[in-house]
Ligand binder design. Sequence first.
Ligand code: UD1
Ligand code: CA
Length: 458
Amino acid sequence: MDRYAIILAAGKGSRMKSKREDISKVSFPILGRPLVKWIIEALKPLSPKKLIAIIGFGGATSEPIVKEDCEVIWQKEQKGAGHAVMQVAPILEGVEGETIICCGDTPLITTELYEGLFQKHESSHNSLTIMTSVLDAPHGYGRIVRDNHGNVVKITEQKDCDDLAEQIKEVNAGVYVFDNKELFEALHHINTNNAAGEYYLTDVIELFAKKGLKVGTYEVADIDETMGVNDRYQLSIAEKNLKARINKGHMLRGVTIEDSDSVFIGPDVTIGPDTVIKPGCYIVGKTYIGEDNVIGPNTYLENCVVGNGNKILTSYLTDTVVGSDNEIGPYFHSRGNTIIHDNTHLGNFVEIKKSTIDSGVKAHHLSYLGDAVIAKNANIGCGVVTANYDGSHKNTTNIGENAFIGCNSTLIAPVNVGKDTLIAAGSTITEDVSDGDAAFARERQVTKEGAAKKILKK
Ligand code: UD1
Ligand code: CA
């Protein structure tokens, strides 16, 4: 039987209490990945014949997130989840198959659970299978109402719960597999006669039961997997749980994480064994880290590739490739478009942008290196600055192999300093320096014998 998937992501998300009208709830990020993208990534391995995302409120922020993987359907007015699914009728009405409907706000549900729901549906020959959890604190969720024989008869939404329904601990996780034809048939018969004045998707359940169609449930024991994110407190709980899950995965693959609670690792990060992640690190984007590194404490890496055996201590790097056996930090900053080869020492308050740093380079303290190409084993003294910006253009500084750039030198780009050169401390270099030369570009010192006292008196 063909499988289809619909993600509901058009809702207002009013409980997020944002003052902005242009931002949808499902675009709020968790560990750098938007809420709805977690659902998409979990559904993709099921290879549904169609993966459809319904967007609406704040849709301009949702569309770029979903359109890469999903067919996009707009729900222009938010009249409830049932109304949202009605918008898909032009594509799926009358089509033979099984359709999974998921919420865009349940980021913890795994591929295995979605697959488990499908399998339960198929093996039980159900027309509808609902993912459920039994909660000690069910408030806020739709409740599964059963008859005396234990058959599901309907779902009662929180707003419509009487005292009796309020007691029910079995809740709707918001994910269902439907017989597709029956789903779109039933949607013709739901209405807005309820506390919210919306077309509840969950009203379809009662219609299925009344029609004598087989309705079953698939219970998920771990409520941490099915929770929905409706407000920013739940967003933080979901983040905490996803973070723990990701960190645990890395630890079981041989990565040491010290104080895992304080370490944020995004879902698209790969880390090799025997790397140690120290407290307070934030590693996001598409980042690859090899083996035997020590990262942190308090290091930020975004879209970086890091080889093996590096120490990156209390530093901030984005869009940077780091080779192996480097000693970086503390307080190093790479602003991107930068390649650092092997065995370098890049120390405190060294800032690098759009540069290539070849192997063995040392820049231990207080430098700005922008648009620079620095060859092997060059020594960059304390306080060296590449003056790369002339007010209208960014210009390149080339520094040759084994060059020794003295402290507090300013290299006014474009400028080339050859290999085996010496730049005297305090120089302002405006002209190229050829291989093997030494350049002094500073005032000569004047010393007046015994004059200090006299001058100070003035
Ligand atoms: C929903 C379920 C509830 C379940 C809970 C699980 C309904 C009516 N209720 O409640 O039984 O226990 O999820 O987390 O479905 N949406 C639209 N268009 C709309 C309204 C909503 O696309 O007009 C989308 C939202 O973006 C969201 C999903 O539908 O992804 C669910 O809406 P939400 O308001 O979060 O429903 P809950 O109150 O959480
Ligand atoms: Ca919800």
